[in-house]
Ligand binder design. Structure first.
Ligand code: SF4
Length: 355
């Protein structure tokens, strides 16, 4: 069996070439060399965003590929259908950039729903414009949303996102809640600049019927300013929250679920912490990603990508597309390797991969 050093990217190759499949068992699922099976599909639909969060985007935004280089709704629907019917995918989440930047998002959901009628469709969003778009998205098949919100302090929000749009985000969250999209989850990246705001954010989430999860910042920012000794580890956040709430650890039911849960003031409300850096869960990772341009990205931190768009547009059948996807995932690296000597951040930043 070929081994891949923990966290080290595989050698770069042309994304149009088929990856090696030596030693791969003849099973339909997306297995990798480390025994993991991908069940959770993340589909990025754009690298454009209406915010400029410092941990993700450069101030001027990321380049957005020309429309013809991006997957179109029918192509996305076809890939979702292949993922579910041929490859054992059980969850589909749309990401970006910001998915709401795509004006054809409802068409994307409708095509995915038609290709995989039984699957839940969820979306990670910054919530801006969600209140206006929600009726059409619900009609197209959207089931759940995770909204990114790092602070409810207006000035801190403006500084972190480089945009004064807190009210628009809150309107989006409340629209999702009022539409009955449950569980309604909020994602907050733990930043030193907003650490003191964490208790108020948790209180706000509880008051608004949302489940809050804090996420350790990873080195995926476009400005490459991430530093291990500057990031906020889960232990420090817990200490801050512990001054305002009584927290009781309940852990996680499923090892592939990244969030560890704590009961808040005896429950039933909980808060989640995704300790991506200090308590890595790569060994149980069950994710596979499709970029907006139609490449398989087996790991957030692996620059090795495999093109499916060319196969789709070249007339390949579903079986050929599925085989290429399987080969891509067979070569998934062991983990992010952030703590290893020689770690290098991936070329694509979070906004260009999808979270
Ligand atoms: S870095 Fe993320 S995508 Fe890569 S193996 Fe770890 S959990 Fe999975």
């Amino acid at each position: 069996m070929t081994t891949i050093a923990l966290g080290m990217p595989a050698a770069r190759r042309d994304p149009r070439d088929a990856p090696p499949t030596d030693g791969r068992p003849a099973v339909p699922e997306l297995v990798d060399r480390f025994g993991r099976v991908a069940r959770d599909l993340r589909v990025s639909v754009t690298s454009a965003c209406s915010l400029r969060c410092t941990y993700c985007m450069p101030e001027q935004g990321l380049p957005v590929p020309p429309r013809e280089q991006m997957l179109q709704p029918g192509e996305i629907g076809r890939l979702v259908g292949i993922a579910v019917s041929e490859l054992g995918i059980r969850e589909v989440r749309f990401t970006g950039g910001e998915p709401l930047m795509r004006h054809d998002l409802a068409e994307i959901f409708a095509a995915s729903r038609a290709a995989a009628p039984g699957i839940d469709i969820s979306m990670t969003t910054n919530g801006i414009g969600l209140d206006r778009r929600l009726p059409a998205l619900l009609a197209a098949g959207l089931n759940r949303v995770n909204v990114s919100l790092d602070t409810v302090d207006r000035e801190h929000f403006r500084l972190l996102t480089r945009r004064d749009r807190l009210d628009a985000v809150i309107a989006g969250i409340r629209a999702a809640r009022d539409a009955g999209l449950t569980p309604l989850k909020l994602n907050a990246v733990m930043m030193r600049e907003t650490l003191a705001d964490a208790p108020a954010l948790l209180r706000w989430a509880l008051d608004n019927g949302a489940q809050l999860r804090f996420i350790e910042q990873m080195p995926l920012d476009a400005d490459h300013t991430w530093a291990r000794d500057h990031m906020v580890p889960a232990s420090e956040l817990l200490a801050v929250l512990g001054q305002a709430f009584e927290l009781t650890e309940v852990g996680r039911d499923d090892p592939s679920t990244p969030a560890e849960e704590w009961l808040v003031d005896g429950g039933p409300a909980t808060v989640g912490i995704i300790a991506s850096v200090t308590r890595t869960f790569c060994g149980a990772c069950d994710r596979t990603r499709i970029t907006a341009e139609g490449t398989v990205r087996s790991c957030l931190f692996g620059d090795d990508e495999t093109d499916l768009r060319g196969l789709l547009r070249g007339g390949a059948g579903d079986a050929e597309v599925a085989d290429r996807w399987r080969a891509a995932m067979w070569n998934k690296q062991a983990g992010h390797g952030i703590s290893l000597p020689g770690f290098a951040a991936p070329e694509r930043t979070m906004g260009a991969i999808g979270g």
